[in-house]
Design a protein around this ligand. Structure first.
Ligand code: G6Q
Length: 540
């Protein structure tokens, strides 16, 4: 048995679970008319209503005990202070330094990293302005109109999510595309209607060795040079975002056109590093700095607010409560804002790559559930698709609803209808509909059972006045820190990703066979051999 599950805090929660597992949210709300406001928090322009969770004051107190027992306070300090908490890679974890104030002092190995952070931010701003104002010209003297970000994982999901999220603020005479997949269709479709003379590629790769990205970068160079017909054109049409100057130079990009970052920025936490270059070009430096301020406001809240008022701590603990005590394997994130189309996909990587682990910091195997399956998509569309299962299915799926009071694109009654839906959904999930209520509606007896909603389905509602760069920053930081809190409780390293390595190695091996048209005898397992043989046969 692990120290976690045998700890007094955990055992107390197990006992408490047996006491309240049958308690219905209807009872909890009936017994406390102030519940809707009492279980709420405000931070960094975000409002969190967590009253529709299956918790009492005792639950929260016990969960806070668990956080304390896990040493969360010191772990937060250690992260913000640049200690090497990514122990398997011996790295500091300092994405928070990327959005610290210009006069902050954050040290890694005794060196203040903030001046370097701002040197890169300023270089990005200068470049972004040149593109936005048309001062930066392509090889043939034409203005750059298209920006294609080539990257994958952390070098893609943040940029594409944030670009879509802040589309309202983007410069509309510029076209942005994001290529990530090694499937050539991605590159071909993204560039089909673009002209090389007007196209800038941002090759975004921390390592500059990632197979998919390098393959797409090679194809991008060939695509450009097929028209521009001059190697020197690369300097006007390619820039790099990377930590690896040697590989950048080898690829043929002048390192003066490289925007650097550092090994203390993990890929999935890199949205506010130079990886955000495409976003800065899209929204401009002022809005980009508003985004950083939103991140910073949430960082400060996380670092300083007492745990009982700390939004990421409360969200993280609620996730533990459902995952580990109610056995809820998944968690839905449901934004009621069309601009947040990619938000759940972004969170999937952030959360699942961080906490999808079963090895503890000291190398033993967890005997408890860890990372939740994160999924979702914008709300109203989901209502007409998968919400059925959340309402009446057999699984418990806690949800986060995200909504904004003001629409960026007001149009007639649209926004009222949108918000009516988000409020109605959390209400329906929490309170359901009893058989008596269904009968009162005059439903035929044989249909009553079908029309009953058990309710008692937990959800959080996160609201802000408006989707702005600031609120997006606060929202992303909220989830980053929520993931951190859970990683601390589960005692895993949220900042490595060894789980993605094996597939990469095996793919290289198989790729050699495919590229060299290596015919049998095949050296794989019998299933892979059969698949390869069939593929060769069909390809002929
Ligand atoms: C994120 C992961 C991973 C990474 C990609 C791209 O935390 O490390 O998603 O971002 O594999 O890596 P490069 O930026 O090195 O190309």
């Amino acid at each position: 048995m692990s120290t976690l599950t045998t700890s007094p805090a955990w055992q107390a929660l197990e006992q408490h679970y047996t006491e309240i597992q049958e308690t219905h949210l209807r009872q909890l709300f009936a017994s406390d008319p102030t519940r809707g406001t009492r279980f709420s928090l405000e931070a960094a322009e975000l409002y969190l209503d967590y009253s529709k969770n299956r918790v009492t004051d005792t639950t929260i107190a016990l969960l806070l005990e668990l956080a304390k027992a896990a040493g969360l306070e010191n772990k937060i300090k250690a992260m913000f202070n640049g200690e090497k908490i990514n122990t398997t890679e011996q790295r500091a974890v300092l994405h928070t330094a990327l959005r610290a104030a210009r006069d902050a002092d954050v040290r890694v190995d005794g060196v203040n990293v903030i001046p370097e952070v701002y040197a890169v931010l300023d270089k990005m701003a200068e470049f972004a302005e040149k593109i936005r104002t048309g001062q930066w010209l392509g090889h043939t003297g034409k203005r750059i109109k298209n920006i294609v970000n080539i990257g994958i994982g952390g070098s893609d999901l943040g940029p594409v999510m944030a670009y879509k999220a802040l589309g309202f603020y983007s410069q509309r005479n510029l076209v942005f595309r994001f290529v990530s997949n090694v499937d050539s269709t991605d590159f071909i479709e993204a560039t089909k209607d673009l002209h090389p003379e007007e196209t800038l590629f941002i090759i975004c790769s921390k390592t500059f060795t990632t197979q998919e990205t390098m393959q797409n970068a090679v194809s991008a160079r060939a695509w450009s040079l097929a028209v521009l017909r001059d190697e020197t054109a690369v300097s006007k049409h390619f820039v790099a975002v990377s930590t690896n100057a040697t590989e950048v130079a080898k690829f043929g990009i002048d390192t003066s056109s490289m925007f650097g970052f550092w090994d203390w920025v993990g890929g999935r936490y890199s949205m506010t590093s130079a990886v955000g270059l495409s976003l800065m070009i899209a929204i401009g430096q002022a809005s980009y700095h508003n985004l950083l301020e939103g991140f910073r406001a949430m960082d400060t809240h996380f670092r300083t607010a007492p745990f009982e008022q700390n939004m990421p701590v409360i969200l993280g603990l609620l996730g533990i409560w459902y995952n580990n005590f109610f056995g809820a394997a998944s968690h839905a994130v449901l934004p009621y804002d069309h601009y947040l189309t990619y938000f759940s996909a972004y969170l999937q990587q952030l959360d699942m790559e961080s906490n999808g682990k079963t090895t503890t910091l000291v190398g033993s195997r967890t005997d408890y559930e860890t990372g939740q399956i994160i999924w979702g998509q914008p709300g109203t569309n989901g209502q007409h698709a998968f919400y059925q299962l959340i309402h009446q299915g057999s699984k418990l799926i806690p949800c986060d609803f995200i909504a904004f009071s003001k629409s960026l694109n007001p149009l007639g009654q649209h926004h009222d209808l949108l918000l009516a839906n988000v409020f109605a959904q959390s209400q329906a999930l929490a309170f359901g509909k009893t058989p008596e209520e269904v009968i009162r509606d005059g439903v035929k007896p044989e249909l009553v059972a079908h029309k009953v909603f058990a309710g008692n389905k937990p959800s959080n509602t996160i609201m802000a006045a408006e989707l702005t760069p600031f609120t997006l920053g606060a929202l992303v930081a909220l989830y980053e820190h929520k993931v951190f809190v859970q990683g601390v409780i589960w005692d895993v390293n949220s900042f490595d990703q060894w789980g993605v390595e094996l597939g990469k190695v095996l793919a290289q091996n198989i790729a050699q066979q495919l590229i060299n048209h290596q015919t049998p005898p095949l050296e794989q397992d019998s299933s892979t051999n059969a698949l390869l043989a069939r593929h060769w046969q069909r390809q002929k």
